[in-house]
Write a protein that binds this ligand. Sequence first.
Ligand code: TYM
Length: 331
Amino acid sequence: MEKKVIYSAVQPSGNLTIGNYLGAIRNWVKMQDEYDCYYAVANMHAITVKQDPAELRRRTLELVALYIACGLDPEKCALYVQSNVPQHAELTWVLNTIAYVGELSRMTQFKDKSQKHAENINMGLMDYPVLMAADILLYQAQYVPVGADQKQHVEIARDLAIRFNNRFGETFTVPEPLILKGGAKICSLQEPTKKMSKSDENVNASVYLTDDRDAVIRKFKRAVTDSGNEVRAAEDKPGVTNLLNIYCAFKGCTVEEAEKEFEGKGYGDFKLAVGEAVADVIGPVQAEQKRLLSDKAYLAGVLSAGAERAYKTARRTLSKVYRKVGFYQGE
Ligand code: TYM
């Protein structure tokens, strides 16, 4: 039987946080044996906000090295750069003609980013979910493992797949978001009701995967907690609850087990333990990423093999789409 397909991507648009790791990459690793996986570096999405070109190029390679350092095996999954497979842009154009301005302008992320980048509300920013739908639909992906913030975008990919299939006949697999509990929404250490984000201006709000052990421990020490002194998850304790989530995700334990472990201990001991748990995991990942980045030829080989594999699948889907919509493709 053919394996089901998984698709996901991360933008090389800043330093990745432990939110990106827990909400996405960590889960991708678990799927690579059972599914046919495509994982991209979404550099076309990244340029919807201003990027420094040299930095974008550097971050692209850093991200691929990080994928591998986190445990993705390039022999098992296709690791590639989005712009190296031209069908992403081509399918986006076709999907644009069935996507409505109204639905795109209502997207939460578009509204947030328009506010944040008021001087640069470009068409790409609005079209972002259509490009993301093209990514997913090109590979006929069944599941899309993402954090909770991307749910709305995967839903629009579903809507577009259904709309296209209804109008032109069965063409696309209708994808589903795969949002795993625990790491789906890691919050800011300074404002624990807000998502932890790679673009947060306050560097103490986010723990980056590049932070060294001292920085990680310092940031957790400074993390905002709540009144009281009990280490317990509760709706009125968003700070402690977030830290418990992070601790459990990195330690592989349940919230109940962690609450028991910290019974009678204060916030200080708890925050130190969270910092150590995080640093213990990301330290070796950083070392491996550094090692991989010293071998650019190896990374180039991984990316060209990944792009070739992605291209084969993408070309097949796009050709089907062109046939369905009536584009002349030769006799
Ligand atoms: P991006 O680069 O913003 O984030 C990458 C992944 O990390 C997840 N994530 C989080 N998860 C938990 N807690 C957080 N605080 C947190 N912050 C981010 C995101 O949900 C995401 O899974 N548009 C996508 C990239 C993309 C894509 C795709 C994803 C492009 N094409 C196709 C899936 C399928 C994005 O901007 O992710």
